[in-house]
Design a protein around this ligand. Structure first.
Ligand SMILES: Cc1cc2nc3c(=O)[nH]c(=O)nc-3n(C[C@H](O)[C@H](O)[C@H](O)COP(=O)(O)OP(=O)(O)OC[C@H]3O[C@@H](n4cnc5c(N)ncnc54)[C@H](O)[C@@H]3O)c2cc1C
Length: 283
């Protein structure tokens, strides 16, 4: 059962930050509520105050300007899966979003809520790491950018300070040679393994490749050692290296044995998905 709580209705990010600072552990930001209210109902967390951020202006837009695609933290998954700028410039994000959860969760749940909750079996963080995205964290008097690769610290833990609000996600606009793909596998409600790849295909050369793995372990991770095996190679040479790259990525996923499968199984699936994601990106 949901315990009684007080609902704050701030109108600005500065007010939200001030409330978070003032009430500390007893208060929490409330966006779509799809994770938060569920966790409260199940008694996993308990907050005296929820700070509703849905009425704050300017956090629900998707903009493309000056080489950057900016996604407001309050954009719902549904907004992302139907966004024309994203369809045109980042189809891998649209495809990922079409496969998040179910229609109800996509209508209410926000990208910011997904990232800040840092639930291990979440999709977007993995692709955002491969796309070299940055997260904009704001509080009353300051604003900073956090690389997506540094945002996820552990299961349910991000590098946001207690009084910081995630306001935007910024993704460098991909150039004409850029390709990216995200593939996941799972048989429960949430994915067991997710793999993302982003690269530039200059002629037949694989350049500026980024690989990230998620869902298998506590938090999504970039895998630079696997990238190094493929960087600068022709597509055929890279395909010959994809098995060892997959083995490295499997180990880097920090897979744990749980209801989703054993550690060995998840590591194997990482390798399978990496090969398919690479083939999809270069095709
Ligand atoms: C049945 C089900 C299936 C799902 N399947 C998938 C799936 O397949 N793949 C996947 O990726 N996800 C999945 N999800 C997760 C889903 O994407 C999230 O529930 C949703 O995005 C959370 O957004 P929200 O706005 O509802 O967050 P809320 O529940 O409102 O908040 C979640 C947390 O984030 C914090 N928070 C929210 N916004 C901010 C902000 N701007 N700044 C700082 N802190 C903030 C809140 O304080 C809270 O701790 C699933 C969820 C459900 C319930």
């Amino acid at each position: 059962m949901l315990k009684r709580f007080r609902l704050e209705e701030p109108q600005s990010v500065a007010e939200v930050s001030e409330l978070l600072g003032r009430f500390g552990d007893s208060a929490k930001v409330y966006a779509g509520g799809t994770e938060l209210l569920l966790a409260m109902k199940e008694g996993l967390v308990d907050y005296e105050r929820l700070i509703n951020v849905k009425n704050i202006r300017g956090l629900k837009d998707i903009k493309s300007a000056n080489g950057t695609i900016t996604i407001g933290a309050l954009c719902t998954h549904h907004q992302l899966e139907t966004s024309n700028p994203l369809r045109e410039k980042l189809p891998s994000v649209v495809k990922l979003e079409q496969n998040v959860a179910n229609v109800r969760v996509r209508q209410a749940g926000t990208i910011g809520g997904n990232l800040c909750f840092a639930e291990p079996h979440a999709d977007p963080g993995t692709l955002l790491i491969a796309l070299s995205a940055t997260m904009v964290a704001e509080k009353a008097s300051s604003k900073r950018e956090i690389a997506a690769a540094d945002f996820f610290v552990d299961a349910y833990e991000t590098s946001l300070a207690e009084d910081e609000v995630l306001t935007e996600i910024r993704i460098p606009t991909p150039g004409p040679d850029a390709r990216s793909a995200y593939l996941k596998f799972g048989y429960l409600e949430r994915p067991s393994v997710g793999v993302a790849i982003a690269l530039n295909l200059t002629g037949d050369a694989v350049e500026d490749i980024k690989i990230a793995v998620g869902c298998a372990g506590p938090a999504p991770r970039r895998v630079e050692e696997a990238e190094a095996l493929l960087e600068g190679k022709s597509t055929d040479e890279a395909l010959r290296q994809i098995a060892p790259a997959g083995a490295i990525a499997g180990r880097a996923s920090q897979a744990i044995s749980d209801l989703h499968g054993s550690q060995e199984y998840k590591e194997h699936i990482v390798g399978v998905l990496l090969k398919r994601a690479f083939q999809s990106a270069i095709s």
